[in-house]
Write a protein that binds this ligand. Structure first.
Ligand code: SAH
Ligand code: SF4
Length: 428
């Protein structure tokens, strides 16, 4: 979502005549769009601010945006005196005003969560450099998992309107986008009304987006197990443009830990859900998020997390060491886990995840599939495209083929990407 927010800020400032600096070193303004989810991300922001001052002592105007800005507010400019602007994730449509105010002594701070939505104040989407785009359809979270800052930094769940989403999708597609990834902290909690006033969930939105002819692929992330409706599961079996990939974080494979996390789903419930999704779309690739070392997690409870990785057989996963976040209930819980224990558990978890990822990729060798060519590869003449299951495929193809959907034969697989050969037929 920070990528999306960054693009929107750039588009908004572009409308006011600003352009991207060719070289970051001679920028007049630098916006650090930040993440607060783990402590490491916060530390990085402060070290980046320090690096902004040039050898001759000059520096650009510095804005800190995003969730660190929201959580720390004016504290940021006290800790880092060179910061001129602090703007939260729900207030960045006011950046032009803040820029005008900045540089007059005190930092300009805006961490309001205004009733008016920023989306209404942002300009229409401009032509995108790539054939894939993100589109935020909802923001915020009402679930309050005990480890997580998101409900405090992004605010309560808010769904954008049906019409606004469709307009933005059409503008992206008119600008050449072939694949849209719908975004939200709990994207599948999206609710709204269609243009006839009928109540709709995200499945209805997906079905409507699928009617846009030139849009070829639809994805969404991140979804929450509790918001995985029957309609959305059915859509995976019925809507061809909805890609067979589901990122469905479980966090832990142990019920006591899930309860302490306030996840409000059990291991059994999660596994049943996966069965139903697979019944609707047997080839679906699954992805997840895991936290190791939540306060009080025993070795046996951690072993349950290794078990669920094997039980599901994920195509890929994100895994994190628990990071205590100020103001969240878990930060004050007894039984905080020592760093070396967390390190060890993370290594073992990642080994299990990698085993499945390697197996999933290897199973595609010899298959013919369709990829959307997204960008140049590392070597001249090489492009990178994605399979329906979100794997990166390297192929030999000319630059002008970016944006094409082509059939490839997968000839080899590594842990993180595949190699493909272009088939003779061009896909629809
Ligand atoms: N709403 C989504 C996840 C959004 S946050 C869901 O609930 O599934 C993205 C991921 O960051 C989470 O899934 C979690 O694995 C991780 N995360 C959040 N807070 C964390 C913390 N305090 N320490 C470590 N990882 C954390
Ligand atoms: Fe954070 Fe996701 Fe839990 Fe919300 S549901 S509190 S975003 S982990």
């Amino acid at each position: 979502m920070n990528v999306y927010d960054g693009e929107r800020m750039a588009e908004m400032l572009g409308e006011r005549g600003m352009t991207a600096a060719a070289d970051g070193n001679d920028a007049d303004l630098v916006i650090l769009n930040t993440c607060h989810i783990r402590e490491k991300a916060v530390d990085k922001v402060y070290s980046d601010i320090g690096r902004m001052t040039r050898e001759d002592g000059s520096r650009p105007m510095i804005a800190v945006a995003g969730c660190v800005a929201q959580a720390e507010g004016s504290e940021i400019s006290r800790r880092a005196r060179t910061v001129d602007i602090v703007v939260g994730p729900q207030a960045y449509h006011r950046l032009p005003d803040l820029i005008a105010k900045a540089g007059r002594g005190e930092a300009a701070v805006d961490t309001d969560m205004p009733a008016e939505s920023k989306f209404g104040a942002l300009p229409a989407r401009t032509k995108q450099a790539r054939p894939t785009a993100f589109l935020t359809i909802m923001e915020g979270c009402d679930k309050f998992c005990t480890y997580c800052v998101v409900p405090y930094t992004r605010g309560a769940e808010i769904s954008r309107s049906w019409g606004a989403i469709l307009d933005e999708a059409k503008a992206l597609v008119d600008g050449g986008v072939k694949e849209i990834t719908l975004l939200g902290q709990n994207v599948n909690a999206w609710t709204g009304e269609d243009d006839k006033g009928r109540a709709q969930g995200m499945d209805g939105l997906v079905r409507e987006l699928a009617k846009i002819d030139a849009l070829k692929r639809i994805r969404y992330t991140t979804s929450h197990p509790n918001d995985m409706s029957d309609g959305l599961i059915a859509a995976h079996g019925e809507v061809d443009k909805l890609m067979p990939f589901l990122h469905l974080p479980v966090q832990s494979g142990n019920d006591r830990i899930l309860k302490a996390m306030n996840r409000s789903h059990s291991v059994e419930g999660y596994l049943r859900l996966i069965d139903r999704v697979r019944a609707a779309r047997p080839d679906i690739a699954l992805s997840g998020d895991f936290i190791v070392g939540f306060p009080g997690e025993t070795e046996e409870e951690f072993a349950d997390t290794l078990r669920i990785v094997d039980a599901v057989g994920y195509a890929q996963c994100y895994s994190f060491k628990y990071s205590p976040r100020p103001g969240t209930p878990a930060a004050d819980m007894d039984g905080q886990i020592p760093a070396d224990v967390m390190d060890d558990r993370l290594v073992r978890l990642q080994a299990a995840i990698n085993r499945h990822q390697v197996g999933f990729n290897a199973a595609t060798v010899g298959r013919r599939t369709t990829i959307l060519l997204e960008r140049a590869g590392r070597y001249p003449g090489q492009l990178i495209g994605k399979t329906p299951w979100l794997q990166s495929v390297h192929v030999t193809a000319p630059d002008q083929a970016i944006g094409d959907m082509i059939e490839v034969d997968i000839i080899s697989a590594g842990p993180n990407s595949l190699a493909g050969e272009i088939g003779r037929r061009k896909a629809a």
